[in-house]
Write a protein that binds this ligand. Structure first.
Ligand code: NAD
Ligand code: UDP
Length: 329
């Protein structure tokens, strides 16, 4: 039975020790909820949740979502999954299992408890898009057998499972398609472009641009994104998504590199390396649906968000000395 005594809920966040998950935990605790964070710490870290250590409404559980979870909660946010190409390609079979078995396990739990469940899906379901900007109606252009497929197809299958549980079992689902998000608590060595460029710039190391840098991405600051999650979760059961959540301001990777070098005052030079296989050429969310149904749009400009993110990594630097990988879990 779901515990719906009052507006204070007990909320499960899978992947809650990760970058986005830990910011979501922040907001849920602020709102007065009890939070159970289930995470296997593959890419997340205790550092991200240290501040909740003695919090009376926070509980951490080391758990791999590919195994069933038996807990009593009122709502679930399913975020568990490595998100950076370097990490999700490290053990691709486990990545697909995390998305697919993880979805089956949280959906089974939500079905047993009769509760609402949120899925952190991704713009990667659009693959290397032939439609620009991407709307939710676009079915995508995904290579099913390439190095990114473990993530892209895993997330696509998870969406399928969410919608089948909705149709077949009337489960109350919320599916968000998240576009590139950045901010403090990104893993310094996770290989994503924002963390890579900032770490390289702060260390005056070469900025590694893959390809010619003309490919585009649209970067959303994490606080804006989490606000979108909360608004989506607060909608009635008729709103299932998928809903794009991201910042529509689009930049080339060259522009991002220039901005970060300027903002850090770095002496770094730029080096051009091979573009990874199936790297999407362009990506920009059409967020009309989110504006209309959630009254949501990002409010934080790239330079402002980058400033806070640079401050975070700068403060982290002394701890990373002698630990070149930046591996700080
Ligand atoms: P992250 O790697 O920082 O966080 C993922 C968390 O999931 C980590 O704490 C990790 O330890 C945990 N995890 C991984 N496999 C697990 C497993 N089998 N069992 C339990 N926990 C597991 O990544 P993030 O950027 O915070 O992404 C969070 C979610 O948002 C992911 O589902 C990701 O696919 C999605 N997303 C992120 C972005 C982005 O730009 N950051 C874009 C699109 C979608
Ligand atoms: N990228 C880059 N240099 C890096 C890391 C990434 O040029 O050191 C590029 C990458 O090839 C891609 C873009 O930046 O075109 C975004 O990469 P990221 O891994 O952050 O996210 P995704 O490709 O999943 O959007």
């Amino acid at each position: 039975m779901a515990r719906l005594y009052d507006s204070r809920k007990r909320i499960l966040v899978t992947g809650g020790a990760g970058f986005i998950g830990s910011h979501l935990v922040d907001r849920l605790l602020e709102q007065g909820h009890d939070v159970l964070c289930a995470d296997n710490l593959f890419t997340g870290s205790k550092r991200n949740i240290d501040q909740f250590h003695n919090h009376p409404r926070f509980e951490f559980m080391r758990h791999d979502v590919t195994f069933p979870l038996y807990v009593e909660v009122d709502e679930i946010y399913n975020l568990a999954c490595p998100a950076s190409p370097v990490h999700y390609q490290h053990d691709p079979v486990q990545t697909t299992k995390t998305s697919v078995h993880g979805a089956i396990n949280v959906l089974g739990l939500a079905k047993r408890l009769g509760i609402r469940v949120f899925q952190a899906s991704t713009s990667e379901v659009y693959g290397d898009p032939t439609v620009h900007p991407q709307t939710e109606a676009y079915w995508g252009n995904v290579n099913p057998i390439g190095p990114r497929s473990c993530y892209d197809e895993g997330k696509r299958c998870a969406e399928t499972l969410f919608f089948d549980y909705h149709r077949q079992h009337q489960l109350d689902i919320k599916v968000a398609r998240i576009f590139n998000t950045y901010g403090p608590r990104m893993h310094p060595a996770d290989g994503r472009v924002v963390s890579n460029f900032i770490m390289q710039a702060l260390r005056d190391e070469p900025i590694t641009i893959f390809g010619d840098g003309s490919q585009t991405r649209s970067f959303c600051y994490v606080d804006d994104l989490v606000e979108g999650f909360l608004r989506l979760m607060a909608t009635g059961p008729e709103i299932t998504g998928p809903v794009n959540l991201g910042n529509p301001n689009e930049f080339t990777i060259n522009e991002l590199a220039r901005t970060i070098v300027e903002m850090t005052g770095s002496k770094s030079e730029v080096v051009y390396l091979d573009l990874p296989q199936d790297d999407p050429r362009q990506r920009q969310p059409d967020i009309s649906l989110a504006k209309q149904t959630l009254d949501w749009q990002p409010t934080i400009e790239l330079e402002k968000g980058l400033g806070w993110t640079i401050d975070y990594f700068r403060a982290l630097l002394p701890e990373l000395v002698g630990n070149g990988s930046g591996n700080s879990t």
